[in-house]
Design a protein around this ligand. Structure first.
Ligand SMILES: O=C(O)c1ccccc1NCC(=O)[C@H](O)[C@H](O)COP(=O)(O)O
Length: 211
């Protein structure tokens, strides 16, 4: 099966269109107002209307109020939720959309146990731990910390870019990958040349993926 790709931190329609034309499977929108990549739900909705069917519109939240998720996910027209903070499994599972749970990988965290706790998640998004920054850091974590087996599908994230994506896929064999900083020219502004080079890197691993 080919590796699925989510391009996160989209704020402009033209970047969403470029990502989809390059083969992205999911587009991520940061619905956490403290991010430089924040986008308001009404603006998300305008972009979502441009997406073809079967491309996921993912809303990214960090320790949100229940009411904010309810209000924004319906206003934005999301198809998938991504919780990127310390949300409990019960909190994440209470909405009418499927969710993925982001986890910031560090040696002292038991990912196998974490996956078991989030049994209702569609998958775990493995991201880099940086104190004080929930996500979108552009930093890589130590891929050796990924367990050989987990009870949930997982998505590789954190510091991926055109120059390391092929190695990342070869070394970790992820189901899916997620990128933000590595395909940007500035925070929230994507660079089509970088998106295209990133997707070429993914495609260069296709033989490996189907073997
Ligand atoms: O991108 C942000 O600003 C952000 C802020 C708060 C929580 C999550 C955020 N991004 C979520 C993502 O899914 C990013 O793509 C992921 O953290 C990887 O980012 P990067 O290392 O920049 O590729």
């Amino acid at each position: 099966m080919r590796v699925r790709v989510k391009i996160c931190g989209i704020t402009r329609p033209e970047d969403a269109i470029a990502a989809v034309q390059c083969g992205a499977d999911a587009i991520g929108f940061i619905l956490w107002s403290q991010s430089e990549r924040y986008i308001a739900p009404a603006a998300v909705r305008r972009i979502v209307k441009l997406l073809p069917p079967f491309v996921h519109a993912v809303g990214v939240y960090v320790n949100p109020d229940k009411s904010w998720v309810e209000e924004s996910c319906s206003a934005a027209g999301l198809s998938l939720l991504q919780f990127h903070g310390d949300e409990s499994p019960e909190f994440c599972a209470q909405f009418c959309l499927p969710y993925i749970k982001a986890v910031r990988v560090r040696a002292e965290l038991d990912l196998v146990q974490y996956a078991r706790q989030h049994e209702h998640a569609q998958g775990l998004l493995l991201d880099t731990y940086t104190a004080g920054k929930p996500g979108g850091t552009g930093q890589v974590f130590d891929w050796k910390l990924i367990p050989a087996t987990m009870s949930l599908p997982w998505i590789l994230s954190g510091g991926l870019h055109p120059g390391n994506i092929a190695d990342a896929i070869k070394q970790t064999r992820p189901l899916a990958i997620d990128v933000s900083s590595g395909v940007e020219s500035a925070k929230g502004i994507k660079d089509v040349t970088k998106i295209s080079a990133f997707m070429q890197g993914v495609k260069s691993c296709e033989d490996l993926q189907s073997s």
